[in-house]
Design a protein around this ligand. Structure first.
Ligand code: ZN
Length: 419
């Protein structure tokens, strides 16, 4: 079974993905798996919308905004490092590189995309992340480096974003434009056109990039790039996205300059591993728990019934442990847990439930089914069959049942019947 090619974009802040938004949308439509790692939640930045965020909830607002942008672009998976906004350069370098190595080995991308050496504009986070990703790109393929970060994986290419000199010439405003950061005014850097390695001609995907940008409401600076650049320049930049090849294990084929994945095909990347019994079980279970955790998270934010929200938040915490163990089980049999997406059907079912009572009943029934499923797993599949996992799920179930009982005792009568 071939796995699809994967592009992993690693950027510092929510909205940094926009600069390659049309390209990612194009590849997503081509069936390429696209994953975004966003290093920070952008929590230290200026808020540019009236009342859409406060300094206290900015991280949450930007999280939602980036989720919205990913949905428009078609990014399949979004991962957060929760590194400090504005503080990437002060992180201890070794552990930061190790963390990227671990993600790359889990996600197994063919191509990685990140900030250029000069940052595009010299935001200290962009400059630091470039250094970290470049170091990680070298280290990932060497099993002796960061052995605790998973089995070695060799991505074929590392690309960085670029703005060609020619666009600065047709758009004088761009040359004058400055990004304001903590009182400093940072210029965009141009790259001579002949040094650009890949131009993605992605005009049909421009609207997807524009829609993604519209999600980042808290960043819509009236003096910012999008508000002040002529529409033609913005469209031109979205229709033709430029990249530099920063490092390569598989060079671009001669004469090809319009495809980041040129010359890489699925068979290069393929595991060619038949999905065996335990793998399929583990994958399905992981997909299920990822969806279930997302449902718990959503219920946990529900203000209507604090007791239910509280139990959902506790279930969410327990789910993290379950997901961790299932992912580890997959890794033990040489499979990537990163490729497993959350079960969309389950998630849809869970999110259709409206009232606190329905939420509780849904949680209770699903947990009971999960425990029953795990008990039927063949005992011979050692990494798969994990009785402590069943115990964990049973404990979750007991919590839900206790809350149901408590609510019923507090409000006896027909209306208080739960489920
Ligand atoms: Zn940024």
């Amino acid at each position: 079974m071939n796995r699809p090619l994967t592009i992993l974009a690693i950027f510092a802040h929510p909205d940094d993905e926009i600069g390659s938004g049309s390209t990612l949308a194009y590849y997503s439509d081509q069936g390429v798996r696209t994953v975004l790692i966003c290093a920070t939640r952008g929590e230290a930045a200026t808020i540019f919308c009236d009342g859409c965020a406060t300094p206290e909830n900015l991280a949450q607002v930007r999280t939602r905004e980036l989720e919205c942008a990913c949905a428009h672009i078609g990014i399949h998976e979004l991962r957060w490092l929760d590194w400090p906004d504005g503080g990437i350069g002060s992180l201890p370098r070794g552990p930061a590189v190790a963390e990227i190595v671990r993600y790359v080995r889990e996600l197994r991308p063919d191509v990685i995309l990140t900030h250029p050496e000069h940052g595009l504009y010299p935001h200290p986070d962009h400059l630091a992340l470039w250094e970290i990703v470049r170091e990680a790109f070298s280290a990932v393929a060497d099993p002796e480096e960061h052995p605790a970060a998973g089995p070695a994986w060799a991505p074929a290419r590392l690309f960085t974003r670029a703005l060609p000199q020619s666009i600065f010439e047709v758009a004088p405003g761009l040359k004058e434009f400055r990004v304001e950061l903590n009182g400093q005014l940072l210029p965009f850097y141009a790259t001579p056109d002949h040094e650009i390695d890949v131009i993605m001609r992605v005009e049909p995907w421009v609207e997807r990039r524009m829609a993604a940008w519209a999600c980042h409401r808290s960043q819509h600076n009236p003096k910012g790039f999008s508000a002040t650049m002529p529409d033609g320049v913005r469209r031109e930049m979205a229709a033709n996205e430029h990249f530099l090849l920063a490092a390569a294990r598989v060079p671009l084929p001669d004469g090809v300059s319009d495809d980041l994945l040129a010359g890489l095909d699925q068979s290069d990347a393929a595991d060619d591993v038949e999905v065996a019994g335990p793998t399929a079980l583990l994958r399905d279970e992981l997909a299920w728990h990822r969806a279930f955790a997302e449902i718990c998270e959503r219920y946990g934010a529900d203000q209507a019934e604090p007791r239910v929200a509280e139990v959902a938040r506790r279930l969410f915490d327990a789910e993290q442990e379950i997901i961790h163990r299932l992912a580890r089980g997959l890794r033990l049999i040489g499979e990537s847990a990163g490729a497993v997406e959350s079960d969309a059907r389950l998630k849809a079912q869970g999110l259709q439930r409206q009232s606190p009572a329905e939420h509780l009943a849904f949680l209770r029934d699903q947990i009971a089914q999960a425990a029953a499923r795990l008990r039927t797993w063949p005992a011979a599949d050692a990494p798969v069959r994990d009785d402590s996992l069943i115990a964990l799920i049973e404990a979750q179930r007991a919590q839900v049942v206790a809350v149901e009982q408590e609510l019923q005792d507090a409000h006896p009568g027909p209306d208080a019947r739960i489920g």
